[in-house]
Design a protein around this ligand. Structure first.
Ligand SMILES: *Cc1c(COP(=O)(O)O)cnc(C)c1O
Length: 380
């Protein structure tokens, strides 16, 4: 008997949540309504009482955050090339210039010294990304932002439940964006949230989220800004209400499975493993970097080999400055050597809460069996 296919991720949706969604569908009110309000209240409590507004995607939350931070055409926004392309695309769509800086090779996160060196009089904001759920150093980040007068838009799409010095990401700082895409640690199928600084910013966020429409007494309306269309449905919010109370449980299970990876992974293969920092991650992903300089085969050969033995993998992410769009802005090979090496060799292995320890062992055996024949023999 062959083992069933093991995907690289899989959402955990319980029967109570599914029944709740059916109830919303039968209720007669399926778009933004009471479930959205309840979900926002739950998220606000999760974020230590800060105002939170939900959107129909994490990308939408980032776009709105840039607008609230006052990012305008001609401005510069500093970020990392090693992220989902959404992080940089939203800067381009705001008419601003993404100023990319290389990552720290150990953490794979934006190098804050390089970020500081890239600041110019046009720099309006910085977007740190907690890749794989590992927190960017918030002490150094906010020290930098304060000293240099920058807005911070945290791309915390992958770091729901991560803590920095014991405090949850989202419970402090400037603007914080979460994603509830199907692959994230909690999901609403698609969705996102933006954590805001005060009631005035939250009010402005509400207007920008839905056509700029202000509802007045006696059914009158007023519009002063051309808002977007980013609201979350009650169907999606009901899923989130069933997910958020289970986040800590999901993340604890991820940590157990990550520990098992560290115990069972064959280090003689020469892969770079992710930093072993339980206190500052939610283990959104477990990602070795393949030893490409020691390989005769390619990453593609490895991914195909894994697929053939029934194990799903992913690539998160290629360095984005090598995409045509960003090369057209003057970026190119050699600009960010760490991001390029990591982006070329990184692979995401299966990690999700309903996996078993035996699944992890199977992946580790599979990696060894597929990778070993792709390695150049060692000459002495
Ligand atoms: C998922 C993700 C986003 C975008 O979130 P969506 O909900 O898919 O729009 C942005 N940045 C990073 C780092 C992500 O992982």
């Amino acid at each position: 008997m062959t083992a069933p296919f093991l995907p690289f991720t899989r959402p955990t949706l319980d029967e109570e949540t599914i029944a709740g969604v059916v109830e919303v569908l039968r209720s007669g009110w399926i778009t933004s309504g009471p479930q959205v309000q309840r979900f926002e209240a739950q998220l606000s409590e999760f974020c230590g009482g800060r105002p939170v507004r939900v959107m129909n995607s994490g990308t939408g939350a980032l776009e709105l955050a840039l607008e609230l931070a006052g990012v305008k055409p001609g401005d510069e926004v500093i970020t990392t090339p090693l992220t989902w392309v959404a992080t940089a695309n939203v800067i381009v769509r705001a008419g601003a210039r993404p100023v990319l800086v290389d990552v720290d090779p150990r953490t794979r996160l934006i190098d804050l010294d390089r970020a500081e060196a890239a600041i110019t009089p046009r720099t309006k904001a910085i977007i740190p990304v907690d890749l794989a759920g590992l927190a960017v150093d918030r002490d150094r980040l906010y020290d930098l932002a304060r000293r240099r007068g920058l807005r911070v838009i945290e791309d915390a799409a992958q770091s729901m439940g991560t803590r920095w010095q014991g405090k949850r990401i989202g419970s402090f700082g400037d603007l914080v964006c979460f994603s509830f895409h199907a692959n994230k640690n909690i999901t609403t199928t698609e969705g996102g949230a933006l954590v805001l600084n005060d009631a005035a910013e939250a009010r402005r966020c509400e207007l920008l989220r839905l056509q700029g429409v202000e509802r007045l007494a006696d059914g009158e309306q007023e519009v002063e800004v051309a808002g977007a269309k980013l609201n979350m449905t009650d169907v999606a919010a009901r899923i989130g209400l069933g997910q958020l109370p289970r986040l800590d449980e999901f993340n604890a299970r991820r940590a157990v499975l990550a520990r098992r990876y560290f115990e069972r992974f064959d280090v003689s293969l020469g892969c770079d493993l992710p930093p072993d920092e339980d206190a500052h991650t939610n283990w959104h992903m477990f990602q070795p970097v393949l030893p490409l300089d020691r390989m005769t085969g390619t990453r593609g050969d490895f991914l195909r080999g894994m697929q053939a033995i029934g194990i799903g993998t992913g690539v998160h992410y290629p360095a984005l400055h090598l995409f045509k769009l960003y090369r057209g802005m003057g970026y190119g090979p050699g600009d960010f050597p760490h991001a390029e090496r990591i982006g070329a060799g990184i692979v995401t292995l299966p990690l999700f809460p309903t996996m078993t320890e035996a699944d992890v062992d199977r992946v580790c055996t599979g990696v060894r069996d597929i990778l070993r024949p792709l390695l150049r023999p060692v000459h002495r």
